[in-house]
Design a binder for this molecule. Structure first.
Ligand SMILES: Cc1cc2nc3c(=O)[nH]c(=O)nc-3n(C[C@H](O)[C@H](O)[C@H](O)COP(=O)(O)OP(=O)(O)OC[C@H]3O[C@@H](n4cnc5c(N)ncnc54)[C@H](O)[C@@H]3O)c2cc1C
Length: 355
């Protein structure tokens, strides 16, 4: 028999896990539920880089999100006595003259303090005829390890249960939500389901702009680079000459099936800068829950305050989740105001008034 929780968190990906920690730290009784299949967090490379995209933009709200994420993951490491977060420089190689020129234009203003010109790359491993730059403050989260350590902690505190929920069975009550299959009635249930095409009677009107991503796992005999190297794709060390390479970004066929085109694209981009041969060990795909590019969507349901939502972490779940989980927890527990523009109610008010 499960203890009666005050909050039920549906989904233990990057969103649900960070939210559960934020609620537990406030001394709340929390039950996290996950069906333990699908979900894109376990495929994420967990990269946090201050400079992103072809235009070499400074990652949105980096100065605010990055320190929060570092402090958050370090605290969870201490609480779970596990190591899964690494602060290590990453390297970006210029793909063409335009990129290099853009770097030179931005180096002394927008990118000041975030980049250095020191590359320290081994010429027998990497082709870098146009050069590149290093990002000394890059970081990387080992997402599966973080999720597993968190799950073990939640379970040990009676705050985790494996369940595949169908919210259509739930009943809204005066005091909260009744989940008959588990005989629990939390005051608030928060949907952290990522890009899930399953039925959702309350938040189903939220429109995704989701993007599929494919990733290869490769063995590169003799390659001992310890930093993540970016050039069209990222090459991220996984230990023992094994690396992960990705990712594609496409809006067609939003499923988890790896494709021959995806593999060919990653391999060709990798060959553009890796001089040594590699062997493909694994190939996987997942769908990023993009709603509004760069920002999540969260908050209570406008008509049913016992239901809340935290989703839309897009391509940057590791960086965004700690800050916005804290923001939502403050709102749910202490009545803190939600930041303008993030509120899920904007997707729901329209549909409610129409029908
Ligand atoms: C190829 C690829 C590479 C990426 N690389 C990075 C990266 O380097 N850095 C980065 O920060 N981000 C990266 N991302 C993005 C990152 O993966 C997402 O931002 C993040 O995983 C979203 O987390 P989430 O918790 O919202 O969703 P999910 O991880 O999808 O979690 C949702 C969870 O809810 C569960 N669930 C859903 N419905 C139910 C139900 N009815 N009952 C029970 N459980 C349910 C699912 O099983 C799942 O566990 C990458 C994504 C992809 C696809």
């Amino acid at each position: 028999m499960l203890a009666q929780p005050e909050f039920v968190v549906v989904g233990q990906g990057l969103a649900g896990t960070a939210l559960a920690w934020a609620l537990l730290r406030r001394g709340r009784r929390v039950l996290v539920l996950d069906r333990e299949r699908d979900g894109c967090s376990r495929l994420a490379a967990g990269l946090m880089t201050p400079v992103t995209g072809k235009r070499l933009a400074k990652s949105g709200r980096w100065d605010e999100l990055h320190p929060t994420a570092v402090a958050f993951y370090r605290t969870v490491e201490a609480d779970t006595r596990t190591r899964f977060f690494q602060q290590r420089p990453a390297v970006r190689l210029f793909a063409d003259d335009a990129e290099r020129d853009e770097f030179h234009r931005r180096e002394r203003n927008i990118l000041r303090g975030l980049v250095t010109r020191e590359l320290h790359l081994r010429a027998e491993w990497f082709a870098a005829p146009l050069g590149g730059f290093e990002m000394p403050h890059a970081a990387r989260l080992d997402v599966p390890q973080y999720l597993d350590a968190s799950r073990a902690h939640f379970r040990a505190h009676g705050s985790y249960h494996t369940a595949d929920l169908d919210p259509r069975d739930w009943e809204l009550t005066a005091g909260g939500v009744r989940i008959p299959s588990l005989s629990v009635e939390p005051r608030v249930a928060i949907f952290c389901r990522g890009f899930d095409t399953g039925a959702d009677p309350w938040f189903g009107a939220v429109r995704f702009n989701a993007a599929k991503g494919e990733v290869l796992t490769v063995r590169v005999p003799g390659l001992a680079e310890e930093r993540v190297v970016h050039r069209g794709v990222w090459l991220a060390p996984a230990g023992n000459e094994v690396f992960r390479v990705g990712a594609t970004y496409t809006r067609d066929r939003l499923d988890t099936r790896p494709t021959a085109e995806g593999r060919a694209e990653i391999e060709s981009k990798l060959r553009a800068f890796l001089k040594v041969p590699f062997e493909v060990l694994d190939h996987r795909a997942a769908v990023r829950p993009v709603i509004d590019a760069g920002l999540p969507v969260l908050g209570r349901h406008p008509r049913h305050p016992q239901l809340a939502y935290f989703n839309g972490l897009g391509s940057k779940g590791s960086l965004l989740a700690p800050h916005f989980a804290e923001h939502l927890a403050r709102h749910l527990c202490d009545g803190g105001e939600l930041e303008e523009g993030l509120n899920v109610s904007r997707f729901l008010v329209q549909t409610e008034s129409r029908g």
